[in-house]
Design a protein around this ligand. Structure first.
Ligand code: FAD
Length: 550
């Protein structure tokens, strides 16, 4: 059997090596248009920062090593330019020649390309970069060596944009980020992303959100925003998202779907016989709601590469879909998410509830416990977990990985309190934030507690709700007060209950949500109508700092 693979990185090389492990006699040829295969694309921003010191660390494998260990015929600088599906042939172009390669099975893993929106002045600009490959990172680092830029503009505040913003700050540049969406990290919801905004600003990054870069002037040295503002830029990174690389697939008339991605069935078969596709270029099922989507992440690409090799080798394997689990470090904060966010659930008209839990990365009394803000979205009727997001300095990966695993395993919100984790003070808490999220969700489902979200506070106050803040006076002095709030510290609430008017519904807040929940329970059992401000002051003051009176 002769198997040709297009794309020699995550999906393509996973497929190639698995195929060899399953089939010692197949001829396996890998076509890669770039100079390198199996390179660490996820490591590129850290190389710019200098955290990965050696360029050679990015080159995980060489064609020679892959030939020696797996007997793979790896062909760098070889672009597959067209496919004749009826003849089962690929036309390959190198610097020297164009030749025809026949195949029995063809696997496409061509990845995605940086999306570059058309803009006036783009062609003339000499300092605009994208980041997908080692040549891209070489272009960036060579430019930095040669021109010693002082000011950088990063267009797009997604994962790569933020990683690069941090890397450029580490290299001593003055960085400005422009994001068209209303907030940074569009996969996260607004209040969670607000923590990353705060962190970026604390590290000197300037930020424009809800604004697009419209054009470039003076050969790219000036970036003009859609409001007419002009930003000086010695170098600009364009990271506004990716598009599936489907140029080749289209030459074979392969069917495409949502956002132009390659359509495959659950066996990774495209609409053309004996042509398979995996990775960033394919449309996948969002496992949570079954909808077609595109998820450009390394873990699905690697899994799919292995699975397509299994399928071709006759093993019982199916693509079950992806949920999209991602993480990014932004200076001292980490943001991670899995599944669907609030915006996506609203658009899909799903019924959902939210809990925000502020917990600790490990026992609070043991040194260096960091705060984790965990948000979980779930269906209050059947308990289905739709998604989760977390922010913090430490332990964010663990919590999101647990919830991602729970979602994949089909667990519900009812299962979260049941999960048992390793615990000793340096490692966790006897009640982990994931357990706590489950407890809080059950309280909502069973009517023990009711909550409102941060964005509902003002309208509720206008409706006549009284905001009761149960923090201590010292905290109010230090961190600020919520507008229009009555302040009674939790520990005095029982004896000062007469100060709380009975004729008004109450919203209770504290710092992080635990004391307000206790206060809510006291009030409820004294015939008050009370709801908890989910996430409390800590969250509200981060997403709406202007509403805090100092
Ligand atoms: P790729 O790994 O991109 O490989 C596709 C290859 O196909 C490319 O080398 C391309 O040159 C080649 N190719 C395309 N067309 C042809 C053709 N016609 N002929 C020959 N060769 C062709 N994901 C994460 O989960 N976590 C991260 O931290 C993370 N960080 C990232 C940071 C950066 C800077 C980048 C660029 C990506 C990052 N990703 C991350 C995404 C992750 O790298 C991709 O999801 C994954 O590599 C996709 O695998 P793939 O095989 O589909 O495509």
């Amino acid at each position: 059997m002769k198997i040709v693979i297009v794309g020699g990185v995550a999906g393509g090389m996973s497929a190639a090596t698995r195929l060899r492990r399953l089939n010692e006699t197949a001829e396996i040829i890998i076509l890669e248009k770039g100079p390198y295969v199996s390179f660490a694309n996820c490591g590129l921003p850290y190389y710019v920062a200098g955290e990965i010191e050696e360029r050679s660390s990015l080159l995980v494998q060489t064609p020679e090593a892959l030939q020696a260990r797996f007997e793979l015929d790896v062909r760098p600088y070889s672009e597959a330019v067209s496919i004749d599906a009826s003849l089962k042939e690929v036309i390959v172009r190198t610097a020297e020649e164009e030749y025809t390669l026949s195949y029995d099975k063809l696997i496409l893993s061509p990845g995605a390309k940086a999306f570059i929106p058309p803009a006036k002045g783009l062609e003339e600009a000499k300092n605009i970069f994208t980041l997908r490959s080692v040549p891209d990172v070489d272009a960036i680092t060579d430019f930095m060596e040669l021109y010693q830029p002082k000011k950088a503009v990063v267009i797009g505040a997604g994962f790569i944009g933020l990683e690069m913003a941090e890397s450029l700050v580490h290299r001593g540049l003055d960085v400005t980020i422009i994001e068209k969406a209303p907030h940074v990290l569009p996969p996260l919801d607004e209040e969670m992303a607000a923590y990353i905004t705060k962190e970026l600003k604390a590290n000197g990054v300037k930020l424009y959100t809800g604004l697009a870069a419209e054009s470039f002037e003076e050969e790219g040295k000036v970036v003009v925003l859609e409001n007419g503002e002009r930003l000086e830029s010695d170098m600009t990174l364009m990271s506004v998202g990716v598009k599936p690389e489907t140029t080749l697939a289209l030459t074979a008339g392969i069917e495409t779907g949502v956002r132009g991605g390659i359509m495959v069935n659950e066996y990774y078969e495209t609409s053309q016989k004996d042509i398979y596709a995996v990775g960033d270029a394919i449309v996948v099922k969002q496992q949570i709601n079954g909808e077609d989507t595109m998820i450009a992440l390394a873990s699905p690409a690697n899994r799919q590469g292995r699975q397509v090799a299994d399928v071709i080798s006759g093993l019982p394997r199916k693509n079950k879909g992806s949920i999209g689990t991602a993480i990014v470090r932004v200076f001292n904060q980490v943001a991670a998410s899995t599944g669907l966010n609030e915006r996506q659930l609203k658009m899909a008209n799903e019924k959902f509830e939210i809990v925000h839990i502020q917990g600790k990365s490990h026992a609070g009394y043991y040194p260096n416990a960091g705060t984790i803000l965990l948000k979980v979205l779930f269906n209050p009727e059947n308990g289905k977990i739709y998604g989760a997001q977390a922010i913090g300095e430490d332990g964010v990966d663990k919590r999101i990985d647990i919830i991602a695993t729970a979602i994949k395993a089909g667990m519900t919100i009812h299962d979260l309190p049941e999960l048992e984790f390793t615990y000793a003070p340096p490692f966790g808490s006897a009640k982990d934030p994931v357990n706590m999220a489950g407890y809080a969700a059950l309280n909502l489902i069973e009517g023990v507690s009711e909550s409102i979200q941060w964005h509902e506070l003002e309208s509720k106050q206008k409706e006549g709700y009284l905001l009761l803040d149960v923090r201590n006076e010292g905290e109010l002095e230090k961190n600020g007060r919520l507008k229009g709030a009555l302040n009674i510290p939790l520990d005095q609430l029982r004896e000062r209950l007469s100060e709380v008017p009975k004729d008004k519904p109450i919203i209770v807040s504290c710092h992080s949500g635990l004391r307000s929940y206790i206060a809510e329970r006291i009030l409820k059992q004294n015939e008050y109508k009370a709801k908890n401000l989910d996430g409390a002051f800590a969250l509200y003051s981060t997403v709406r700092p202007e509403k805090v009176e100092k």
